[in-house]
Design a binder for this molecule. Structure first.
Ligand code: FAD
Length: 318
């Protein structure tokens, strides 16, 4: 079975992959299928499925009070991955995160994936809880992606959390990790971020998928810095078409990425979200062409609220 990492390394022609979110709790998987139906013509090398921690929500209760509830709004990463693989035969890369999960829960998810024959994963620390100002690891959870990598490497050697299991089976997980062309928000500087990225690669990550960026020069500079730091694995660029006017300010705040002034100016003049989406498609298409012209083989697209825009970009590129 070819792993996602092998497929990336062996690419000869421009290729397409994308990330999608499991539906919000209460919604049907048909939303996921609609996204795949809209994009499968471009022969995705694989589809990533995100993973999400629990969040605290407050609901109105009697007497003007609020009730505090902890809820996982987007469960189902493993099941969504399995259903895509089963229904479409497209390779899947579910995300496994530290945030909000104990090591035991992570092990159960990995055991489920192994039973399902899904062995490609993207290993991440995960976002902080929306209620928190700072990231807090779960009690008995992994604090950083590197610790999660250690857990997966152990399973790959047949070492489970329950060390009494003698001669347990070895899993064949292959994994990628995240990288940040404009630096992770908590890193004191890019070199320090690359120090930890190199640790993740040295520990076995076979490729890096980047955070979204809107300025290709940031990606090219990042790749150059990675190579100088001895990070030699493929670095897959992550692209997101802007689809709403307010994303001009929302995306930089959430993803800590700059929007170049030319693009910002064009978005500022848009009167409607439809216009913004058109400008967004033009910009991402320009980015995609430039990346391919400069030797990049695989472009990875973020589809959240952008499936139709990703389709329009892909129609022009592939
Ligand atoms: P890490 O590699 O653990 O790094 C986190 C920070 O700590 C960095 O600043 C790093 O420099 C530093 N650092 C790393 N190791 C150490 C250490 N041992 N000691 C001290 N400092 C250290 N979030 C989700 O919740 N779900 C998802 O599905 C998801 N998918 C993503 C997909 C991609 C492609 C990307 C780019 C991001 C995704 N995220 C997702 C967001 C990601 O989880 C957050 O950006 C998170 O804050 C960092 O994750 P990481 O794996 O890069 O963390």
């Amino acid at each position: 079975m070819t792993t996602a990492a092998q497929s990336i390394r062996e690419l000869k022609a421009p290729a397409f992959s994308f990330e999608l979110l499991p539906p919000l709790k209460g919604n049907s998987i048909s939303r996921v299928y609609r996204t795949i139906d809209a994009l499968k013509d471009f022969k995705p090398l694989f589809v990533n499925i995100t993973s999400h921690r629990d969040e605290v929500v407050f609901r109105s209760a009697d007497g003007g009070l609020y009730e505090r509830k902890v809820t996982r709004k987007r469960p189902g990463t493993v099941a969504v991955a399995a259903s895509i693989k089963h229904r479409y035969g497209i390779p899947v890369v579910p995300h496994i995160i530290c945030s909000g999960f104990t090591r035991s829960e992570t092990e159960y998810a990995l055991i489920d994936l192994n039973f399902l024959g899904i062995h490609d994963v993207l290993l991440l620390r995960g976002d902080k809880a929306q209620r928190d100002r700072f990231y807090e690891p779960a009690e008995a959870g992994n604090a950083y992606a590197i610790e999660l990598i250690e857990q997966v490497n152990n399973l790959n050697k047949g070492v489970f959390l329950d060390e009494t299991l003698a001669e347990a089976f070895e899993t064949p997980f292959s994994f990628g990790v995240a990288g940040y062309p404009e630096k992770h928000e908590e890193a004191p500087n890019l070199d320090s971020d690359l120090f930890w990225l190199k640790k993740k690669v040295d520990a076995g990550a076979e490729y890096v998928v980047t955070q979204m960026f809107f300025d290709n020069s940031k990606y090219f500079a990042f790749v150059e810095k990675c190579r100088a730091a001895g990070i030699t694995v493929p670095i897959v660029p992550g692209l997101k078409p802007i689809t709403l006017k307010n994303q001009l300010t929302v995306l930089p705040k959430i993803f800590h990425t700059d929007i170049p002034e030319d693009f910002a100016k064009a978005l500022r003049t848009c009167k409607t979200d439809e216009e913004a989406a058109r400008v967004g498609v033009e910009w991402t298409t320009m980015q995609a062409r430039d990346l391919l012209d400069n030797g990049v083989k695989l472009l990875h697209f973020y589809t959240m609220m952008a499936t139709q825009s990703v389709r329009k970009v892909a129609e022009q590129i592939y």
